[in-house]
Each structure stands twice: as C-alpha cells, then as structure tokens.
Design a protein around this ligand. Structure first.
Ligand SMILES: [Zn+2]
Length: 234
C-alpha cells in the first residue's frame, strides 16, 4: 500500500465510525425523547401561567371582599342616619334614596364580578388538573423510552468505540501531512477522499477533470478536485 492507499483505508474506517455517530444522533428514540422533553417543559410553563392567573384572581376577590365590607358599612351608617335624621322634605328623601341605590348598585356589581371570577378560577383549576394528568402521561412515556434509549445508546456507543479504535489503529499508518490535509478537507467536504470514476470524473462531486489533471492523477501525483476540494485517488 502506498501512502494514499493507507489514507483511503483509514477513511473507510473513519466513515464507518462517523456513520454510527450519525445514526446515534438520528435515532428515532432519541428524537422522540427530545420532543417529549420539550412538551414536558411546555406543559410546565402552561401550568405556571394558570397558577399565576388563579393567584391574581384570588387577590382580586380579596380586594372585592374589602370593598363589599366598606359598602355594607356605608349602607348601615346610612340606615342609622335615615332613622336618626329622617328626611324633612322630598329633596332630602330623594338624596337618601339615590345614595342607597348607589351603594346597592355597587354591591350588586361586586357580587357579579366575584361570581364571574370564581367561575373563571374554577375553569382554570380544571385546566390545571387536565394539564397535570397529561404531564404525568408524557413523563411516563418519557421514562419508559429513556430506559429503552439508554440500552440502545449503550450498544451503539460500544459499537462506535470499537470502530473509532479501528480507525485509530489505521491512523497510525497514515503520514502526518496526509492526515492534516485529510482533516482540513473534512471540514468542508466529507468524506475528504474520492476515487477517479469512469476514468475522468471526481467520485465526490461527479465533475470531469481536464485532461492535464487526469495525466497528473494517473501519474500518481497528489491532486485535489478543483470543484469539491477532495483528494483524488485512482
Ligand atoms: Zn470533486
């Protein structure tokens, strides 16, 4: 084997290891787990929002309670006043009546608002229970799948380790300069080496070489494809 053939031999081992690595990243179980994790986070955020909304409603109900207490006190004072200082004429009587009406109207509207808030709070609490149930279900699927994935991952990473070790052994036979070129090209074109195919085409990008370049390739000179940058091997 010449130095380019040794590099080619290394590339085969390197590609095999990279493929297993890609397979690990693309594992349907892993992708599903990531999706479930995102979904769990989403449900948690939703729960937090619902909780905050319910808290704000409870605060509002407290404020309304105080306002109702104040209005009831005003009404009581007004009733006492009406008894101790009865209206002397229709003008005063009218003023008392409209004062009572105003307070009663306020009390009614506070009552309506309280009912409405309680209903909304109950709706949200029901939603919270639904979300919690859903979150439990998702978490269960997540846990089961994670166990399955861990088993799969152990097998796959064992395989990856084995292939990387093979590649590392082959790398020892590769010239340092070749390896540096290989790694530099790998950053933009992978795999970094390509065979000459049909006696005229780059096996990496399928572009045909000019005849002068073909002569160099066939003479065993080092050639990089002008189009894709790969090292060309016969
Ligand atoms: Zn090419």
């Amino acid at each position: 084997m010449n130095h380019m053939e040794r590099l080619w031999d290394y590339q085969e081992a390197d590609v095999a290891a990279d493929n297993v690595n890609k397979e690990i990243a693309r594992s349907p179980k892993r992708l599903r787990l990531l999706k479930l994790r995102d979904n769990i986070k989403k449900q948690q955020r939703f729960l937090k929002t619902l909780e905050n909304e319910v808290l704000a409603m409870l605060d509002r109900i407290e404020i309304i309670k105080e306002a109702i207490g104040m209005n009831e006190e005003q009404l009581k004072q007004l009733q006492t006043k009406i008894q101790t200082e009865p209206a002397q004429d229709s003008g005063e009587a009218g003023a008392y009546i409209s004062e009572v009406q105003r307070i009663v109207k306020d009390l009614n509207s506070f009552d309506q608002e309280t009912k409405k808030i309680r209903q909304e709070a109950a709706d949200r609490e029901k939603k919270q229970r639904d979300v919690k149930r859903l979150a439990v279900k998702i978490k269960l699927e997540f846990d089961e799948l994670r166990d399955e994935y861990n088993t799969e991952y152990q097998t796959m990473s064992g395989e990856l380790k084995r292939l990387r070790a093979i590649a590392a052994e082959k790398a020892k036979l590769v010239d340092k300069e070749d390896m540096e070129r290989y790694n530099a090209i790998k950053k933009h074109s992978t795999p970094p080496m390509a065979k000459l195919i049909d006696d005229k085409l780059c096996g990496g990008c399928n572009m045909s070489f000019p005849s002068s370049v073909l002569i160099d390739i066939k003479a065993g000179k080092y050639v990089e494809c002008e189009t894709c940058g790969r090292m060309i091997i016969l």
